[in-house]
Write a new protein. Structure first.
Length: 233
């Protein structure tokens, strides 16, 4: 039951080329920094990455993008990454954009075994091209299919050695659904404790969805944009 690995490098050692990878994070908040670095060092190629965004030009998942490790990006927001823009416009990168709520629900559907769902978001637009549509309660809806992954890399605030996880505020973001939707979930945790030390009522993801845990080290906790205006008193 002890799922703790010695290092991030060891935890990603068997990840091959050309797999689908989910990566937690909202912007740069809650990024699995150690695991991204380990994948960069391993130089795994042909990745299809499912994440809210692709980091910035030089941080987060942008590290993998710059190193030409990403084949396709499934995301909802890409505005802070100039390299993403360059690769997309040059045809080097395949991109599938999703409305943010739709992305979250597609990942949740993948983890819950739901075959698809109808949503009015994107109906009648380019988002709906090639997808089934139908009228529901007098409003046009589009069918969205679930998202699943071979591996998920995520960041947690606390984990016990069995894999029960607690996230911290915004860093929780898409991560719980990704843990459920991946065949193998790899977690880097700021604090690793023994079973029984976590309040059961505070556990966000139970251990059944977690396969590997590493101790997070030397976290930078990147910030996309710093406030330059003084807060009102």
């Amino acid at each position: 039951m002890n799922k703790v690995y010695a290092s991030a490098d060891e935890a990603v050692a068997d990840i091959p080329d050309n797999i689908t990878l989910m990566s937690g994070g909202f912007g740069l908040c809650g990024n699995p920094e150690n695991l991204i670095t380990a994948l960069h060092k391993k130089n795994v190629k042909g990745l299809t990455i499912i994440s809210n965004n692709c980091g910035t030009t030089e941080l987060g998942l942008g590290i993998l993008l710059q190193n030409k490790q990403v084949k396709k990006m499934v995301a909802s927001y890409v505005g802070e990454n100039k390299e993403f823009e360059r690769q997309f416009l040059s045809g080097e990168l395949e991109v599938e954009l999703n409305p943010q709520g739709t992305l979250a629900e597609r990942i949740r559907a993948g983890g819950c075994g739901i075959g698809g769902f109808f949503t009015p978001t994107g109906a009648g637009t380019q988002v709906a091209e090639g997808k089934e549509s139908r009228m529901i309660d007098g409003r046009l809806h589009v069918l969205e299919t679930p998202l699943k992954a071979d591996f998920a890399i995520v960041h947690a605030w606390k984990a016990d050695t069995w894999g029960n996880l607690v996230f911290h505020k915004t860093a929780r973001n898409f991560t719980p659904m990704m843990c459920m939707a991946a065949k193998v979930t790899i977690v880097e945790a700021e604090h690793i404790v023994q079973p029984g030390e976590l309040d059961p009522d505070m556990v966000h993801i139970p251990s059944i969805f977690v396969h590997r845990i590493v101790q997070a080290q030397n976290l930078q906790k990147w910030i996309e944009r710093r406030t330059v205006r003084k807060k009102a008193s």
